[in-house]
Design a protein around this ligand. Structure first.
Ligand SMILES: Cc1cc2nc3c(=O)[nH]c(=O)nc-3n(C[C@H](O)[C@H](O)[C@H](O)COP(=O)(O)OP(=O)(O)OC[C@H]3O[C@@H](n4cnc5c(N)ncnc54)[C@H](O)[C@@H]3O)c2cc1C
Length: 386
């Protein structure tokens, strides 16, 4: 598969967004249908292997391209963008796995690079809810490997991913964050999708619960050292997850601005001989506010990317701030779009209400907006975060 550059990756994402995602986003949302066609297209285009190095067949691209691709997909279908985001995080965690896993994990990375393997994260548990950094489940020793039983409460791409990056307390862990990360292939005995996904938004991304019932995990699939899961969550997962969810938010905002602009141009007061946009300054002012907030989020994301490319003291603060801001901005911009587009949006004559529902997912996906604000303020005050 040809190696992608930043430009070709974004062009391919745009092509898939226009050709595959946009025509089906509305009906998939309505039916709560996971788009396997989207995943195949992402695989064929090389985008599933975006961040993997050339030696396993990937394109070796970084956060800048990941953010641009994710935002582009989200403009057409945020459900697919979230599937993509969780996959990239699964791939990043495998890539950062300890060297002793290479023999088992490298063939999977090669499959990802040729577009034939979708991964995801299974962190959140019913018992600790959004506090994913403190799993309730505890792995039990089983020879050199472990056995895991857990109730994973929401797992994007559940039932469609070929592998799950799973957190569990280490067998001998002492504290509540002493977790370890493991890779569970979808065919692992005891792993099952434990319910349906019928969310308010992101309805087409199969974020269903997954049950792990005494699943056997060999040592070769233990991705981190014992008790080193928490560090991997903080250093590998959190920066990309927060960047990715902010990018999904940006895509949603851009789509809301575009759809609202089109509506203001096309909807007319025939009795006045004017379009809505020509007629009402209040709607124009609200549209302008949407644009200002969208570009503000874009600048914030660029700033985070620069911090990730050149890490410095303020990088973690930016990681926390950008997801919190992305969630709030997406809700605000899509809410304004709902108001501007009035009854037409409310009665689902346009895609604005899907964007509005999808926008509400970012703030509740952990770390939630509330938790991020807690962490930011505690960091400023010099208080311990955990
Ligand atoms: C569409 C979707 C996809 C998802 N995909 C995945 C996935 O692929 N993998 C995965 O592991 N998880 C996934 N999740 C789970 C997600 O990350 C959260 O764990 C989940 O949404 C938390 O919901 P809850 O009801 O358990 O939250 P709760 O923990 O019950 O939170 C309830 C409220 O309390 C607030 N709150 C909680 N703790 C604090 C605090 N310390 N300070 C202030 N306020 C606080 C929250 O912000 C929230 O408003 C997904 C969730 C959704 C909605």
């Amino acid at each position: 598969m040809a190696t992608l550059t930043h430009e070709t990756a974004v062009l391919r994402a745009r092509d898939i967004a226009d050709r595959v995602l946009a025509p089906a986003a509305g009906s998939n949302d309505k039916a709560g249908r996971f788009s396997t066609e989207a995943v195949h297209s992402l695989g064929d285009s090389g985008l599933l292997g975006l961040i993997l190095p050339a030696d396993v067949g990937g394109s070796g691209l970084g956060p800048r391209t990941f953010a641009a691709v994710t935002a582009t997909l989200a403009e057409a279908d945020a459900s697919v963008a979230m599937v993509y985001l969780m996959h990239i995080l699964g791939a990043a965690t495998m890539l950062a796995a300890r060297p002793s896993t290479a023999q088992a994990v490298t063939p999977i990375l090669k499959k990802i690079a040729v577009g034939r393997h979708l991964s995801t994260l299974a962190f959140s548990e019913a018992g600790s809810r959004s506090h994913f950094w403190t799993p309730i489940s505890r792995a039990r020793r089983n020879g050199s490997g472990v056995r895991i039983s857990a109730k994973k409460s929401w797992v994007t791409s559940a039932g469609y991913a070929q592998s799950y990056v799973v957190s569990s307390l280490a067998p001998d862990g002492v504290g509540p964050t002493d977790s370890t990360l493991y890779l569970l292939p979808a065919e692992t005995r005891g792993l099952s999708v434990a319910g349906a996904w019928d969310g308010l938004g992101l309805r087409a991304n199969a974020s269903a619960p997954v049950a792990l019932d005494d699943c056997e995990v060999p040592l070769s699939f233990q991705l981190t050292d014992d008790c080193a899961g928490f560090q991997a969550m903080l250093n590998v997962v959190l920066p990309l997850f927060n960047l990715g969810t902010a990018s999904v938010a940006l895509g949603l905002c851009r789509a809301a601005v575009a759809d609202t602009t089109a509506h203001l141009k096309s909807a007319r007061f025939e009795h006045l001989g004017q379009s809505l946009g020509e007629s009402l300054p209040t709607l124009r002012a609200q549209l302008a506010a949407m644009q200002i907030d969208t570009d503000g989020l874009s600048a914030r994301i660029d700033d985070l990317i620069e911090h990730l490319e050149k890490p410095r003291e303020t990088t973690m603060l930016r990681v926390l701030e950008t997801k919190a801001a992305g969630g709030d901005v997406a809700i605000s911009v899509t809410s304004t779009a709902m108001r501007i587009c009035g009854g037409a949006a409310f009665s689902k004559h346009m895609s604005i209400e899907r964007l509005f529902r999808d926008a509400h997912a970012g703030a509740v996906m952990a770390p939630t907006g509330d938790v991020l604000r807690e962490f930011i303020a505690k960091a400023l005050l010099g208080m311990p975060l955990f």
